[in-house]
Design a protein around this ligand. Structure first.
Ligand code: C2E
Ligand code: CA
Ligand code: CA
Length: 689
């Protein structure tokens, strides 16, 4: 009959075997806690082997020499203690977010271990098997029990101390495991037999594996590379250790296009292929080359070998839907060739399953620790995102390096974001109005409201062309839009603009506002608050937004139109000009963009007039009113008017002007517009903003 210990051991070995094999099969994240966990697994494997040998030597005393038997026991004890010590460091590193402990602490905590090793090496041991169980006694066994007890208590203490950074479930599991371990130690201590320690520790490892050390947690199913979470952990660890890093991201600029072309699954395949291309390229780095030993990174040969061993050289992370990132500690000189290769490789079309996909992708290269501004991981991540969205691949160049210029632009971007947030909070925008001349009545019957932002303490005036896209990206556009709309309505009510003969005010909507389900309610409430009839509001939607967005925009437009608001198609001639799609949407005005008009007055562009004239002709047939933007001279005004454009807007009539100036303008212009007198006026006091 088998000893009870043996039976338990068999079950444990089976359990452990399954985890171990699964663990070895998956690729692992080169994270400090991960490495310790790997160590724990290997040590446990050795421990289990020696556990078997130990039991064998006890049961077959007659066949095994005492020295061999003693050796087996010693290895068994020492490896098991080591596993528990490793578990202690594992908990510490996990709780301290991958931060290495100070050497003083390491020495203090390792001292009991060293002492116990000495005691085990030189102590005595007696054991016998009886009643289905194994009994052990002597200094060796006692030392073992006490050391295990000591570290188990230490681990429990750490889980309490680090309770904010270790998830509750994990904490409870580790604590439960430790109680089991202490229980088994006590059982053994009082000579009651049963070597449960191995079982208890294997259970803890099994749990840790299943809950948070499973390599699959860090793998990205889509591409087979590591996921974003893994990237954050690694970046945290490396930054914490103050290592200068180079981040190389391959950004697919046209992922959306690829997705519409070949579908979701195939797009994932494309991402996977890009990941493999990166892997292959970086695997060809030889970290032992002379050029890799040099500049700012000083890595020992051992460290370099470790990098190669841990797959660090070929680790690729899926950091954003369209971005794959590799991260290295090697200096730029060492990876230059690979970078050049990668830049070539990503230009090649990807062929699979009968598809050939041409990918437009660029590479962003970011250095940490070179620019002092990038101190935290979040800042690095922010820079990655900034570069990924800002840069594009061109035929000449698809590699972008982080440099002083990018740094400065990013800084301006961040400053504007901060100013924007402040302005949204304090409603610190102001509105200017650009009068629109109606040629048929010769009156300025409408105006376009344009938002303005400036911060005198920092960068002064900021163009809406610069801050509107930032507000869109940072989720501030709905609030900004509401502020603009409210200011327009408040002004119109206060100055009784509708009663003064102003037919409507045009208000710009961003593409993001247009597709927001709350838009109609938001605008309606503001109009009610200021008693503004919806007919007084004309909403400008850009051509691009009209073409790109779907049902919500249609629904929003329908609701607002039913109430009485009218619509303009803004920036006509700059978007995709999807004419068939255009015909589906109802709008009252079309605003010809300046870029369509200005080339007509440029002598070296003979085709521009033909294009403009046929566009005007087409729009007239659709029976929409046309507004021409950017009318700067009398010549432009005459020409457009002759072509049938009835609404004219531009510096020739007036720049966008603040509320008071607009009121003065209306007062001065009441009656008909006299161009000769007007030119004289505007030249004398140019109050444009
Ligand atoms: P937009 O809608 O195309 O606005 C017309 C732009 O042309 C305005 O620039 C205006 O000042 C300028 N402009 C008008 N006539 C002339 C001219 O004769 N010559 C020249 N050189 N320029 C002229 P602004 O105010 O800088 O606005 C730029 C863009 O910012 C606008 O382009 C619009 O897309 C956006 N924007 C402005 N205000 C708002 C707003 O309240 N909400 C939203 N979502 N976007 C706005
Ligand atoms: Ca506009
Ligand atoms: Ca425009």
């Amino acid at each position: 009959m088998l000893l009870l210990d043996t039976r338990l051991l068999i079950v444990t070995i089976l359990f452990f075997g399954v985890i171990f094999v699964d663990y070895l099969r998956n690729k692992k994240l080169p994270l400090l806690s991960n490495k310790i966990f790997s160590g724990m697994l290997y040590l446990t494997a050795v421990n289990l082997v020696f556990n078997v040998l130990k039991i064998y030597s006890i049961v077959h005393v007659d066949q095994v020499t005492p020295a061999v038997s003693r050796f087996c026991n010693q290895v068994f004890y020492i490896t098991l203690i080591l596993v528990v010590v490793a578990l202690y460091w594992y908990v510490e590193i996990l709780g301290n977010q991958q931060k290495r402990a100070k050497s003083q602490k390491i020495i203090k905590r390792m001292l009991p271990f060293c002492l116990s090793v000495l005691m085990i090496l030189f102590g005595n041991l007696e054991f016998y098997a009886d009643n289905n169980q194994i009994y052990a006694s002597g200094t060796m066994a006692t030392t073992f029990e006490l050391t295990i007890l000591f570290y188990a208590l230490l681990i429990i203490r750490s889980t309490y101390r680090l309770k904010d950074t270790i998830a509750k479930d994990n904490r409870l599991a580790i604590q439960g495991g430790m109680v089991l371990l202490i229980g088994s130690s006590l059982v053994q201590f009082f000579n009651l037999g049963l070597m449960l320690s191995s079982v208890a520790i294997t259970l803890v490892i099994l749990f840790i594996y299943l809950s948070f050390e499973n390599p699959k947690e860090y793998l990205d199913e889509v591409t087979g590379s590591f996921n974003k979470r893994a990237f954050h952990l690694i970046l945290d660890e490396k930054k914490e250790a103050d290592k200068p890093l180079i981040l190389i991201s391959v950004v697919i600029d046209d992922l959306n296009r690829i997705q519409t072309m070949v579908g979701h699954d195939n797009t994932n395949h494309v991402l996977g292929v890009i990941g493999s291309k990166m892997n292959e390229t970086f695997l060809s780095i030889n970290p032992f080359l002379d050029k890799c030993v040099e500049p700012h990174v000083k890595l020992s040969r051992r460290q370099r070998r470790k990098m190669a061993d841990h797959g660090f050289l070929a680790s690729v992370y899926h950091t954003r839907s369209n971005v794959m990132t590799h991260l290295t500690e090697l200096p730029l000189t060492c990876i230059e060739d690979q970078l050049a290769r990668l830049s070539e490789v990503i230009r090649e079309p990807i062929t699979f399953d009968g598809y050939t996909v041409a990918v437009k992708a660029h590479i962003d290269v970011i250095f940490t620790a070179v620019y002092r501004e990038q101190e935290s991981c979040d800042e690095v991540y922010d820079m990655m995102n900034y570069m990924a969205t800002r840069n594009q691949a061109t035929r000449e160049n698809n590699v972008h390096f982080l440099d002083e210029d990018v740094m400065a632009q990013k800084q301006r971007y961040d400053t504007i974001e901060a100013i924007l947030r402040k302005a949204v909070e304090s409603k610190g925008f102001f509105i200017v109005y650009q009068p629109i001349f109606h040629a048929d009545t010769r009156c300025f019957q409408s105006a376009e409201a344009l938002v303005r932002l400036s911060d005198t303490e920092t960068i002064g005036f900021i163009s809406p062309e610069e801050f509107i896209p930032i507000a869109e990206k940072k989720g501030l556009i709905m609030e900004l839009g509401a502020i603009v709309f409210e200011k327009v309505c408040a002004f119109a009510r206060k100055e009784a603009l509708p009663e003064r003969g102003i037919e409507y005010i045009e208000v710009n909507l961003s593409g993001i506002q247009c597709v927001h389900p709350d838009l109609p309610t938001q605008l309606t409430e503001i109009m009610k608050k200021y008693d503004i009839a919806p007919g007084f509001i004309n909403l400008e939607i850009t051509e691009t937004a009209l073409v790109e967005s779907g049902e919500i925009l249609q629904e929003n437009m329908k609701r607002l139109r039913n109430m009485g608001c009218s619509f303009s198609m803004d920036d006509f001639g700059t978007g995709y000009s999807n004419l068939s799609r255009m015909a589906e949407v109802v709008y009252d005005l079309v605003k010809l963009d300046k870029s369509l008009i200005w080339p007509c007055f440029n002598d070296d562009n003979p085709k521009a007039n033909a294009i403009l004239e046929s566009v005007i002709h087409m729009l007239s047939q659709l029976k929409v009113n046309i507004v021409a933007e950017g009318v700067e001279t009398a010549e432009m005004a005459d020409y457009l008017n002759n072509q049938g454009v009835t609404h004219l807007q531009g510096y020739y009539y007036s720049k966008p002007i603040d509320e008071d100036a607009y009121l003065n303008f209306l007062w001065a212009e009441s009656g008909t517009f006299d161009p000769i007198e007007h030119v004289f006026e505007t030249n004398r006091n140019s109050t444009g903003i």
